[in-house]
Design a protein. Structure first.
Length: 394
């Protein structure tokens, strides 16, 4: 078999019986180029490029973090050069491109951009969410999410549906309810549970689609059944892991997500948010939303090239005042204009980017906080106080 340099792999049988290795002294100099020791030392360098690229692609596809691929690329100069091949970057796993907000830098931005240029759908979606919501580059961010959606990325389809429902990045008149419902239907057909729940509520309320209460309820039941199946599978995997390790089963509490019908059942773990949502949560946890919106244009200009930046920086100055995050803790989406998200009609304290986030947050937290007891007490005390003040003194 020949390599790309034309040399043949050395075969131990060509030199006859195995001989005892002789130590080469300093005065004797290095071994000749044609000797067995030198040829065996060069075997690694003589591997074909396509074989090395295939190995690195498998490493990227099975990587559990960006550090796995980075460690392989730091092995030698050749690995570093071939690690940037489009075949390797296109096969990078979702965890391999899951850059955290705490580690965000120009190098991380360039890495995601190279993966997106190679056709990696997860990188397109993550970088699109970062640019749209964090860096304020609405046009390039939406374009990257659209590229991922065209490739069948269900998270990108659902995120674009949320943008269409809210008119994010524009005015209230820019909302397109029918487009949002169509994107939800496409994401739901690919197995996205939140999109399935969102579409069910849209059918029940006639929001962007023709109203059908029965069809909407059927979709909500399907979403809850899928969550319950995922919860059972997760619990079974935890029990198998605990049994294999010889220890006690992990005491991991799951949030109740079957909130559409008041069912109490364990669902998937609360920490299973997508990498893009985790990035948004961490990003705005360390940066106030108003300050982030005010500096979005400058950050986008520094991070995105002038050809890609459309200048639509999500507002600044007075427009950034009063912006709020989605109250669902695992969402992380911020408002791009004031009063963009829907607020709770009972308490008016929390707001949500979608009906799916409202349904998830209701059962996990807001149901115990929504009852406006203070308002009721104030309303009950006010008439008595007014009557006491109006009564004549004895």
């Amino acid at each position: 078999m020949r390599t790309r340099r034309g040399a043949c792999y050395c075969s131990p049988c060509q030199d006859g019986p195995r001989r005892k290795r002789r130590r080469v002294g300093v005065a004797e100099g290095p071994a000749p180029a044609g000797s067995g020791a030198g040829a065996c030392g060069d075997m690694f360098d003589e591997l074909p490029d396509d074989l090395v690229v295939s190995i690195l692609a498998d490493v990227a596809a099975s990587a559990r973090s960006p550090a796995d691929l980075a460690g392989a690329m730091l092995t030698c100069k050749r690995f570093r050069e071939l690690g940037g091949n489009k075949v390797v970057l296109a096969r990078a796993s979702p965890r391999c491109v899951a850059v955290r907000a705490g580690a965000w830098s120009d190098a991380a931005h360039r890495f995601l951009q190279r993966c997106a240029d190679a056709g990696n759908l997860d990188a397109c979606y993550l970088l699109g969410m970062i640019r749209f919501y964090c860096l304020g580059s609405r046009g390039s961010g939406a374009a990257l999410m659209a590229a991922a959606a065209v490739g069948g990325h269900r998270e990108a389809l659902y995120s674009l549906a949320v943008i269409q429902f809210n008119g994010s990045g524009g005015t209230k008149d820019d909302r397109d309810l029918r487009a949002g419902a169509a994107l939800c239907a496409r994401a739901a057909s690919l197995g996205h549970v939140d999109a399935l729940r969102e579409l069910g509520h849209c059918l029940q309320d006639g929001y962007g689609v023709r109203r059908s209460v029965l069809d909407g309820r059927r979709l909500l039941i399907q979403a809850n059944a899928r969550e319950l199946a995922a919860a059972v599978a997760a619990s079974a995997s935890l029990l198998r892991a605990a049994a294999g390790g010889g220890g006690k089963p992990a005491s991991r509490r799951h949030s109740c997500l079957l909130s559409d019908f008041g069912c109490h059942a364990a669902a998937k773990a609360g920490g299973e948010a997508h990498a893009a949502n985790r990035f948004l949560v961490d990003w705005f946890a360390s940066r106030p939303l108003a300050a982030a919106a005010a500096t979005a244009a400058a950050s986008a200009t520094a991070a995105v090239s002038a050809a890609e930046d459309d200048g639509g920086a999500g507002g600044g100055g007075d427009e950034s005042c009063g912006l709020r995050l989605c109250s669902h803790a695992l969402c992380g989406r911020p408002e791009t204009r004031r009063h963009e998200f829907r607020r709770c009609s009972v308490c008016g304290v929390v707001n949500y980017c979608s009906r799916a986030c409202q349904a998830l947050h209701w059962k996990t937290a807001h149901k115990a906080e929504c009852t406006p007891m203070d308002r009721w007490l104030d309303n009950a005390v006010a008439p008595n106080a007014a009557a006491a003040m109006a009564a004549p003194a004895p």
